[in-house]
Design a protein around this ligand. Structure first.
Ligand code: GLU
Length: 499
């Protein structure tokens, strides 16, 4: 069998280390078996998907040293590899399911569905479509359609019995059908949902092994059923463990940086980060060196070594490994190239210099003024943040609101960043100048520096988030109650939330 695997990210935010982890495992498995690895963009969520996010995901996976045999950027015989360009394909397959009676049109309004869910919750039943539209006669359905009533297409799902999902690593997983919803396959705008597009594409792209995060286990019965309805052979499934924080909670950017771009900006070497992720998939054997190239990871890869418990994304370990890469993995020229690529790329340097030029008297002022551009976290303490017009509470509110609002920005550009900070000053009823001061300190290390928004744009969202998070923690991280209360201070922004 020619092994074919894929990674199928949704371009709805910054590239996540979890995506790189899944991509690496799929890559290693395919290459270990002499097969192909694909990249497919799952942008069925038109509201949250952006081309900017897609480009960042592709760039960061390339930066890590991964490449794919087929994908939106390199093409291939099974394209297009972007789901938004495959609508016509999904229409055909939905029609096939409707014709065979495996799917049905559902005219229920969102008000009715909400009321149904509330009632189900109140009586302790699992939340599941109640099947009202399944009772309609063909003439009633035709009448509703002619009247122009919007509808979605749902799949039929049995109510009794158990679905057995075979997982190559975990064995048979049993899930009761009654806990599986009659999934919407096509939305009222004619676009598919993840489940339909994913199954159709995996089949048409001849994927043999689907290796994805364990958060998808509960969706597997829907996919098993779709393969059965279409009469297609199901790819082998392997559900991968979710990466964890050291306290074993799910890795989340609220506790730890999760963006690949953060690790890039902090000056981790791509090979070291990839190696680190590889060790979380297949740990090194007794006496084996943990420093491994991608080729070595491919060679020793085995599904049986994938841990079932959550592998811990331990930054201290990454630091140790990265240190070895810097010291042992690079010769003089290689090191120079790494330094240049990290923060001294000509375009970045040009913008940084431009910010400094009007503000210096000697070139030797540059070091002090610009050091924050070439650092990760800044050595601050609570007292450095104090001394302006805002008290601790107002500063904590401003930082907490900024973290949420900046995360929700679709584009990381000066204009959007500025608007967020202005909105926060308004919400807190403070002068903008007074609110800006602690941000200057948190981001640049000083109350006066080069322009703040440009600096934030240049530093990138991940480093900014980390510095603001650090500043907030110095003053006291907000409790859940405070967070909820503070959120109400600011009108909901027009931007969607990214995680
Ligand atoms: N688009 C899904 C995600 O981003 C892919 C899940 C899968 O691999 O099937 O997680």
């Amino acid at each position: 069998m020619n092994v074919r695997t894929r990674v199928a990210p949704s371009p709805t935010g910054d590239p996540h280390v979890g995506t790189a982890y899944v991509a690496l495992i799929n890559y290693c498995f395919a290459k270990h078996h002499g097969g192909e690895f694909l990249l497919r963009i799952e942008d069925t969520d038109q509201v949250r998907s952006t081309r900017e996010s897609e480009a960042a995901i592709l760039d960061s996976l390339h930066w890590l040293g991964l490449s794919w045999d087929e994908g939106p950027d390199v093409g291939g015989p099974h394209g297009p590899y972007r789901q938004s360009e495959r609508s016509a394909i999904y229409q055909t397959y939905v029609q096939q399911l409707l014709d065979a009676g495996h799917a049905f049109k559902c005219f229920c309004t969102s008000e009715r569905l909400d009321a149904m869910r509330v009632a189900q919750r109140a009586s302790g039943q699992p939340s599941r479509y109640d099947g009202l539209c399944l009772t309609y006669s063909p003439s009633e359905i035709a009448w509703r359609e002619t009247a122009g009533e919007p509808f979605v297409v749902r799949m039929k799902v049995p109510s009794d019995g158990v679905c057995v999902v075979d997982d190559l690593r975990r064995g048979a997983i049993e899930i009761e059908w009654k806990s599986v919803d009659m999934q919407v396959l096509m939305k009222s705008d004619g676009l598919p949902t993840y489940h339909l597009a994913n199954v159709v594409d995996d089949h048409l792209m001849e994927i043999t092994h689907v290796m994805r995060g364990e958060e998808w286990v509960s969706s597997a019965p829907k996919h098993v059923l779709l393969y059965r309805y279409f009469g297609w052979e199901m790819p082998k499934l392997i559900h991968l463990p979710l990466l964890r924080n050291p306290d074993k909670s799910k890795l989340s950017k609220r506790k730890n940086p999760t963006g690949i771009l953060f690790y890039q900006a902090m000056g981790y070497l791509p090979g070291a980060l990839l190696n680190f992720l590889g060790l979380l998939a297949n740990s090194a054997g007794e006496g084996e060196d943990e420093m491994m190239t991608l080729a070595q990871m491919v060679e020793r890869f085995g599904v049986e070594h994938i841990p079932l418990g959550g592998p811990v994304f331990d930054v201290a370990k990454l630091d140790w490994l990265n240190g070895r890469y810097l010291r042992e993995g690079l010769d003089r020229d290689g090191f120079m190239a790494a330094v240049r690529a990290w923060a001294f790329a000509p375009e970045r340097l040009a913008r940084v210099a431009e910010l400094a030029q009007p503000r210096i008297e000697r070139l030797s002022d540059l070091g002090g003024l610009l050091a924050f551009f070439f650092s990760g976290r800044l050595p601050l303490n609570a007292d450095t943040l104090r001394g302006g017009k805002l008290d601790d509470l107002a500063m904590r509110q401003a930082f907490a609101l900024a973290l949420a609002e900046l995360d929700a920005l679709r584009e990381w550009r000066v204009a959007g960043i500025e608007a967020v900070l202005k909105r926060i000053a308004d919400a807190l009823g403070k002068k903008f100048r007074d609110v800006a001061r602690p941000f200057y300190i948190a981001i640049t290390g000083s109350p006066t520096s080069v322009p703040l928004y440009d600096s934030m744009e240049l530093l990138g969202r991940d480093i900014v988030r980390e510095r603001l998070r650090g500043a907030l923690e110095l003053l006291g991280a907000p409790s859940k109650r405070e967070q909820d209360e503070w959120k109400r201070l600011i009108p909901a922004s027009a931007e969607g939330v990214t995680e």
